[in-house]
Each structure stands twice: as structure tokens, then as C-alpha cells.
Design a binder for this molecule. Structure first.
Ligand SMILES: [Zn+2]
Length: 378
């Protein structure tokens, strides 16, 4: 276990220290500063970022979080090896009793780094369902919300709702009162309908642009309603779901709070093949996941390290902004910014080391290397 790191470009909330150093105190970050320290592991030519925080993850490494606790753990471990040191676990629409079972797995604290669950359904618009199973979509119902909250035992962090559905605004209000971040997504809402959801408590937009009414110059829809209101906006920057120019445009919005997510399914990190999502068959070819027999994208095979690299190299955002979108902003959205998401004293020593070309070199969790290895190690 290293006690300090030195010589890398260190991405901190106040800016990039080039070079900078980090002193670890046990599992925590003790101190951070510009320049060098003599006793550290030398990381010249590298970047050190805070560990990634993914708010939207369905699987990875061949594991589907909706299958069992063991599979859930497998997916979390896979993404941790790619730099996601804190994550939500996302469940797609399913029968309510099944969702309750899945939520109870997360309530049982199945693995380190799991900050809670995200329900992506079942209150979603059929017309914007993407790869969601239409058999399991339903209209918002406060009784169902209470049932889900009960099963989650305080670990439900985010729920995606289509705000134009009857009863959706009441559900959004109940979620917020219950400590859950209401997200708008899989929605055909107009700008006004989405703005009404914001007024009642929506705080996040689920994969902005994907699974929602697109921008029209006379009806800007949920995309601009979310951005104008300063909602945190998830983006799946895998080179398939969004053009880099769209990421660049969103990043330039004056009220933007960009959040990079993977929306990864079991197929992330494994060869092309046939998979399942929410009881439907998904075919992955060339790393692109689609519902069998359809053009609909069915999640991604993205990992957060690749999302960050694309955001800097393809969309042209500064590393400071890309890193914030991958760590500090998602941590803040779910109220975890006091413990994770930043390289600052008192935070968990969850760190990602990238090389000069932004390729993943090592991942540290609570100060210990869990994937890759530190170069120049003493
Ligand atoms: Zn999803």
C-alpha cells in the first residue's frame, strides 16, 4: 500500500496540480499539494483522478445485476477494475415483486462501493421505452412507490419517471420527500411538462437525449427543460449513443451539471454475443448492444475510463471538466460528495491513474491497488 503519490498531474476540485502530490492516511486522503514529495511513488507522465462514480449501471464483465446477488457483485467488481470505485446499481422495468427482490439485494449491502440502487422504471413512456420491456411498464402509483421504498430500506437513491404520465408528479414529490432523487427519462414530455416535474422535485435527467423527445426549435422538450433548470444530466458518451459535438454543446450550457454514465449491460468488457436485458434478447455486434430484431439501443458496453477518455479526446473538454462529470458531480447528486468523488483531504483514497494517452493504468480503493499496478513503484 503506497503512502504517497508524487509527480503526476493531480485533478483536484480546485484545479489540476501539475505536478502534484497526494499523501494517504490509511484508507483516506490525508493531504494534497502542488509540487513533489520525496517519499512518494513517482508517477511522472501520468494523471491521477478521483475514482469514478457511475449513477447508471446494469451489468458488466458478463454479469447482469438483475440476476442474483452474486452476479450483481461480479458486475460491480468488473467496473471497479475499470475505475468505477462507487456505483449505483440500475434495474430496468420488471414486475413489482421482482423489483422488490432486486432492491432487497442492494439493501443487503452486497459489495463495497455500492452506494445504492437506481430504478429505471416501471413508470416510463411506452413511446420512448428504448429497450425497456413494454410488458412491465405501468402508470405511476403511489402504493407501488411505497412498496419499492420499503423493499429498498433506504438504499434507493434514484428513480427514473416519465413526468407526462398520469400521477407522475405526485410520485416525483413522494420520491423526493423519501430521500430519493427523482430523475426524468424515457419520456415524451414537452418542455412545459418536464419543467413541471422540475418544480415538483426532479433533480436529474436520465441519459439526456436517449429515450426522450428530441429538441425541436419550437418544442425544446425535456432536454432543454432539464438543462435550463440546472438538473444534473447523464450522458452515455460511448461514441454510439451521442455525437461528441452534442456532448460539447451540452457542456457549454451555462447551467450544465454534466454526469458521465455508462448505462453498461452485462456485455461490457466481454466479446460480442447474445445477452438479455429485462427479459428481452439483446444482440451485441462490434460492441454495440441492440434489442434483437430492432434498431433500439439496449444499454452500452461502455466503461467509465473510456467515457472520460472520449470526453477529453473526442469532445475536447478539459480534463478538469471531464473528471468532475465522472466523479464529483455524480457524487454530489446522490449526497455522497463528503466521502467520495474528489481528491481532497478526508475523502476515501479512491483513485484512478491514467497514462499520458488517458489509458487506465491502476485503480486504488481506500488506498489499496485493486486493478493494474502503479508504475515506478518503490
Ligand atoms: Zn439504463
Amino acid at each position: 500500500m503506497p503512502t504517497s503519490l508524487s509527480g503526476a498531474r493531480v485533478v483536484t476540485p480546485g484545479g489540476v496540480l501539475d505536478p502534484g502530490w497526494i499523501r494517504l492516511r490509511g484508507s483516506m486522503i490525508g493531504d494534497v499539494g502542488a509540487g513533489r514529495v520525496d517519499d512518494g511513488v513517482t508517477l511522472d507522465g501520468h494523471w491521477v483522478l478521483p475514482g469514478f462514480v457511475d449513477l447508471h449501471m446494469h451489468g458488466g464483465g458478463g454479469h447482469d445485476v438483475a440476476t442474483s446477488t452474486a452476479e450483481l457483485r461480479g458486475a460491480v467488481d468488473f467496473h471497479r477494475s475499470r475505475g468505477t470505485t462507487s456505483t449505483l446499481v440500475s434495474f430496468v422495468a420488471a414486475p413489482v415483486d421482482r423489483l422488490c427482490t432486486q432492491l432487497s439485494w442492494v439493501a443487503g449491502r452486497p459489495a463495497g462501493g455500492v452506494l445504492g440502487s437506481h430504478l429505471e422504471g416501471p413508470f416510463l413512456a411506452e413511446s420512448r421505452r428504448g429497450a425497456q420491456n413494454p410488458d412491465h411498464l405501468r402508470e405511476p402509483d403511489l402504493g407501488v412507490v411505497r412498496e419499492l421504498l420499503g423493499a429498498a430500506g433506504g438504499t434507493l437513491r434514484v428513480m427514473t419517471v416519465a413526468p407526462e404520465l398520469p400521477g407522475a408528479l405526485d410520485a416525483i414529490e413522494l420520491l423526493l420527500e423519501s430521500g430519493v432523487i427523482p430523475a426524468i427519462g424515457h419520456t415524451d414530455a414537452t418542455y412545459e411538462q418536464a419543467s413541471a416535474a422540475v418544480a415538483r422535485g426532479a433533480r436529474l435527467a436520465t441519459h439526456l437525449f436517449n429515450g426522450m423527445r428530441p429538441i425541436h426549435h419550437r418544442e425544446p422538450g425535456p432536454v432543454l427543460a432539464a438543462l435550463d433548470a440546472g438538473l444534473a444530466a447523464e450522458m452515455i458518451h460511448d461514441g454510439v449513443h451521442l455525437h461528441p459535438a452534442i456532448v460539447r454543446m451540452v457542456a457549454a450550457h451555462p447551467a450544465v451539471r454534466l454526469v458521465l454514465v455508462t448505462d453498461a449491460i452485462a456485455a461490457a468488457g466481454v466479446p460480442d454475443g447474445d445477452f438479455e436485458l429485462g427479459g428481452q434478447r439483446v444482440v451485441v455486434r462490434g460492441g454495440v448492444a441492440r434489442l434483437a430484431g430492432s434498431d433500439a439501443l439496449a444499454g452500452s458496453t461502455l466503461t467509465m475510463d473510456v467515457a472520460v477518455r472520449r470526453t477529453v479526446l473526442d469532445a475536447g473538454l478539459p480534463m478538469q471538466q471531464a473528471s468532475a462529470a465522472a466523479s464529483a458531480t455524480p457524487a454530489a447528486v446522490i449526497g455522497a460528495a463528503g466521502s467520495v468523488g474528489a481528491i481532497a483531504p478526508g475523502r476515501s483514497a479512491d483513485l484512478v491513474v491514467l497514462d499520458d494517452e488517458l489509458r487506465l493504468v491502476a485503480v486504488l480503493v481506500a488506498g489499496a491497488v485493486v486493478a493494474g499496478e502503479l508504475p515506478g513503484r518503490r
